[in-house]
Write a protein that binds this ligand. Structure first.
Ligand SMILES: Cc1cc2nc3c(=O)[nH]c(=O)nc-3n(C[C@H](O)[C@H](O)[C@H](O)COP(=O)(O)OP(=O)(O)OC[C@H]3O[C@@H](n4cnc5c(N)ncnc54)[C@H](O)[C@@H]3O)c2cc1C
Length: 420
């Protein structure tokens, strides 16, 4: 590898082109900082495009009737996102398609599921309404439902258009750099000082940044190894939670956007359902259900890691038909895949309930822990850099040097697009 004599400068290098990296790119450039983002594969191809796109208001975390820190921190997020979607927030997200302006929760008829839904609704008093039959969304209209159907403050965004909208204004700042092309140079004290980024022609760009932000989801573990140096032992550990997600292409009119609360003792909804249009489906086809892929998470995705693809799809078919006997599944086409959620490891394997940031020397290690919490992550990172007194450096030159060797990465395709 040929290493150039003088390094090119930038204020911040972000690793990872999922929601966390792209959101931070916006927030930090708005502060006048020079920022470049390195993505090793395709934009959104980790958890972001595998997510269900639900912008949560916290109900899911209040099913035991207690407004936990999670439900408090998350409660303000839908409004922050709505402002962005209207072009009035911290990031202009007017290009993002909203798939469902409201998300619903159906208790079902079981005793425990009704109790959990009731307690959740009480904990979030004022932010959740039980609907009268005349107010039911199209999928439930004309049905006599056991239990209560609630309208939440949550809504659902189309994640491909979210990634595209975030990336578009910063195309000249985003580069596809294979993970193995990056090597760190540490100073005498063991703190990362520069990174060498090797191009396919064997030439290397040496980058010197004031800060390095790890926003690479599951990739953060390897990046901490690469960049950690003497800080290694102080950096956070990561945990992954495996899920077996199921999708099904249906021709049923009117897709469902609903948590179906189960009768178990667990606090995860039995089924969390979203629906996603095919990339080729025109926007005007939204009102009728044809061309939508239903996407199933919740308890079925957690317990499904023990099942084969065929077993998981059979189980999903059984649960869907059992829950919605009126659902037309005559032409259902099924698929499923495994994916990990990546988060900081907390004591007792707890689930983190806010966006996570750990600052150590020039490194900032981040996990949003939920798409929803991206604004919270942006706030934490901006506040931390302000606390550290970071100001824009002079004569940044990294973007131009990288552009000579590294392309803009492609956009990943959501896995549900592969429905047969
Ligand atoms: C199945 C599923 C459903 C979910 N549903 C929801 C939901 O409905 N609502 C919600 O709020 N949250 C949801 N989440 C959580 C949410 O998706 C994640 O918290 C969020 O997308 C994480 O974003 P991220 O940018 O940190 O990571 P990722 O989206 O995983 O992005 C990391 C990026 O870093 C890149 N990368 C990896 N290593 C390197 C490297 N060495 N150098 C450069 N780049 C690298 C990867 O290629 C990837 O593009 C869901 C998660 C899953 C898995």
């Amino acid at each position: 590898m040929q290493v150039p004599a003088s390094p090119v400068q930038t204020d911040i290098v972000i690793f990872g082109g999922g929601i966390a990296g792209l959101w931070l790119l916006h927030r930090l450039r708005r502060q006048g900082l020079d920022v470049v983002l390195l993505e090793c594969d395709a934009l959104g191809g980790g958890q972001t495009l595998a997510s269900q796109g639900i912008i949560h208001g916290g109900l899911k975390y209040a099913l035991n009737g207690v407004l936990s820190p999670a439900s408090s921190a998350i409660a303000g997020m839908p409004e922050r996102w709505r402002q962005c979607l209207q072009g009035e927030g911290e990031i202009d997200l007017r290009g993002v398609r909203v798939l469902a302006p409201h998300y619903f929760m159906w208790s079902g008829g079981g005793y425990r599921s009704r109790l959990k839904s009731f307690l959740g609704s009480k904990a979030l008093r004022g932010r959740i309404d039980a609907l009268q039959p005349a107010q039911y969304p199209p999928f439930f209209q004309g049905r006599t439902l056991e239990g209560a159907l609630y309208q939440l403050t949550d809504f659902v965004v189309d994640t491909p258009s979210l990634v595209q909208t975030l990336a578009a204004p910063h195309r000249d700042r985003i580069f596809q750099v294979p993970a193995e092309a990056v090597a760190a140079v540490h100073d005498a004290a063991g703190s990362v000082q520069q990174i060498h980024v090797m191009a396919s022609n064997g030439q290397a760009v040496t980058l010197q940044a004031q800060r390095y932000i790890l926003a690479a989801g599951e990739g953060n573990a390897a990046l901490m190894q690469c960049l950690g140096g003497h800080l290694q032992s102080t950096l956070p550990a990561m945990q992954t939670r495996p899920l077996h997600m199921v999708f099904v292409r249906l021709n049923h009119p009117a897709p469902a956007f609903v948590h179906c609360i189960g009768d178990s003792f667990g606090m995860t909804p039995r089924l969390t359902i979203t629906a996603h249009p095919s990339a080729t489906a025109p926007e005007e086809s939204v009102p009728d259900g044809a061309g939508w892929t239903w996407y199933l998470g919740g308890e079925i995705a957690e317990s499904g890691v023990q099942r084969s693809a065929a077993q998981q799809q059979d189980e999903a078919a059984r649960q869907l038909q059992d829950t919605f006997p009126w659902l037309d599944m005559s032409q259902a086409r099924w698929g499923s895949f495994f994916i990990n959620r990546a988060e900081p490891r907390l004591p007792n394997l707890q689930r983190p309930d806010t966006a996570y940031l750990h600052a150590a020397g020039p490194l900032l290690v981040t996990w949003p822990t939920k798409l929803t919490l991206s604004p919270d992550l942006g706030d934490s990172v901006c506040a931390e850099l302000q606390r550290q007194g970071l100001t824009p450096g002079s004569a940044p030159s990294a973007a131009a040097a990288l552009a000579a060797h590294f392309p803009f990465p492609g956009h990943a395709v959501p896995r549900w697009e592969s429905a047969p």
